[in-house]
Ligand binder design. Structure first.
Ligand SMILES: *Cc1c(COP(=O)(O)O)cnc(C)c1O
Length: 393
């Protein structure tokens, strides 16, 4: 069983025996429906008419001038829900419906995956409960309100750092006790098999569209694709269509928090070690005794000590490269993109922009940044950190 869902040596199904039947049922359903014509027609129609796909590939001319090369933004920020999470939410929601499940549960960090699951629950009419850390509830209040409005129930999680890692633990615990009725909508390409494969399958559409769009616009492939990495789903979604194009650099950007050499960051691939965490073998941030390290990032969606197993594999075989950006660099990029393009990025996506600002570039380079989400949810937090008050007395 542990050989299933492997990316090199990474991945697998490291879960309590009681969860195995649920994961196997999910795997069987996924294999049945992923090539099912009716399923795919319904999903594609939803992605188009409800969520707004295809999202544009936008030539950011002023950002390009700032950077001294050609920069395109893949506009997942324009997807319904405000981030790429909706691609996966709709896919897994439809799967849950086909499986006859009566209840959806999900974890969330920044609240984007929680909201994607809540809107899917509303759309399909399936009761939905979201596990969210108390710290994240505080810093992402807008998404909490959005989930409540769509009829989801929020289960606050106060253990540990009160962030994503603890929310996943509680959601897994819920699933173990309610396996028969409940579908666990996992939000990223991490966790036990089959989740890394399922989530990538539903996010691959980003790269598929991008490849067609850039070939149409420039008649050639880009030099690099840049995406932020929390668990790694938006990055895997855009990387996949280019993985066999060896001239295209694939670059993931992790959160360096207050600095990669402090204790306050979430740079799993840069600073982590191999280990089993939340169901799979991958890189994990851990201390010398192998205890999972608490993470820190200004962006709740990247604040996670694990990372998807396929990223660990791509790093080892050197097909993808991983770098990091600090909170400060992300905030500057957040402000810069807003000022020069009129596009307010999610703080997560701002990490990818920050890395492009500091990386070495040639004038002839074409670089595509996956703009994974929009920044509405981060306004209060980011403006506070930037000293933008907006009060007039
Ligand atoms: C959730 C989220 C991320 C991080 O998750 P990945 O699985 O690494 O993509 C990045 N950007 C936004 C806008 C998010 O909502």
């Amino acid at each position: 069983m542990k050989s299933k869902g492997k990316f090199g040596k990474y991945g697998g199904m490291f879960v309590p025996e009681t969860l195995m039947p649920a994961l196997e049922e999910l795997e069987r359903a996924f294999h049945t429906y992923k090539n099912d014509k009716t399923f795919n027609a319904e999903l594609n129609d939803l992605l188009k008419t409800y969520a707004g796909r295809p999202t544009p590939l936008y030539h950011a001319k002023k950002l390009s001038a700032q950077c001294g090369c050609t920069i395109y933004l893949k506009r997942e920020d324009l997807l319904h829900g405000g981030a790429h999470k909706t691609n996966n939410g709709l896919g897994q929601g439809l799967l849950a419906k086909r499986m006859g499940k009566k209840r959806l549960i999900a974890e969330t960090g920044a609240g984007q995956h929680g909201f994607a699951t809540a809107l899917v629950g509303a759309y399909f009419g399936i009761p939905t409960e979201i596990y969210m850390g108390v710290e994240d509830i505080k810093r992402q209040h807008m998404n909490v309100l959005r989930m409540l409005l769509c009829g989801a129930k929020i289960n606050p999680v106060s253990t540990g750092t009160g962030t994503l890692k603890e929310a996943i633990n509680d959601a897994l615990r819920d699933w173990i006790t309610n396996i028969k009725t409940t579908y666990y909508v996992f939000g990223t390409v991490a966790g036990p098999h089959p989740y890394p494969t399922i989530v990538k399958h539903f996010q691959k559409i980003i790269g598929k569209e991008t490849r067609q769009q850039i070939l149409k616009a420039e008649e050639r492939l880009p030099n690099a694709i840049i995406a932020c990495v929390g668990g790694g789903s938006n990055a895997m979604g855009i990387f996949d269509a280019f993985k066999n194009d060896n001239t295209v650099r694939l670059i993931g950007v992790e959160p360096a928090g207050k600095g990669i050499n402090t204790k306050f960051h979430g740079a799993t691939l840069a600073k982590g070690k191999e280990g089993v965490f939340q169901g799979s073998l991958s890189y994990v941030l851990q201390n010398e005794e192998g205890q999972i390290q608490d993470t820190y990032s200004i962006s709740a969606g990247l604040d996670y000590p694990g990372v998807g197993p396929e990223h660990a594999f791509l790093r080892d075989i050197k097909r993808a490269e991983y770098f990091s950006a600090t909170d400060k660099e992300a905030l500057e990029a957040f402000k810069l993109l807003s000022e020069c393009e009129g596009i307010i990025p999610a703080l997560e996506s701002a990490h990818a922009i920050a890395y492009v600002l500091k990386m070495k570039k040639k004038k002839s380079d074409i670089i595509i940044i996956n703009l994974s989400g929009r920044g509405d949810k981060d306004l209060y937090h980011a403006c506070n950190a930037l000293g933008i008050k907006g009060t007039y007395e």
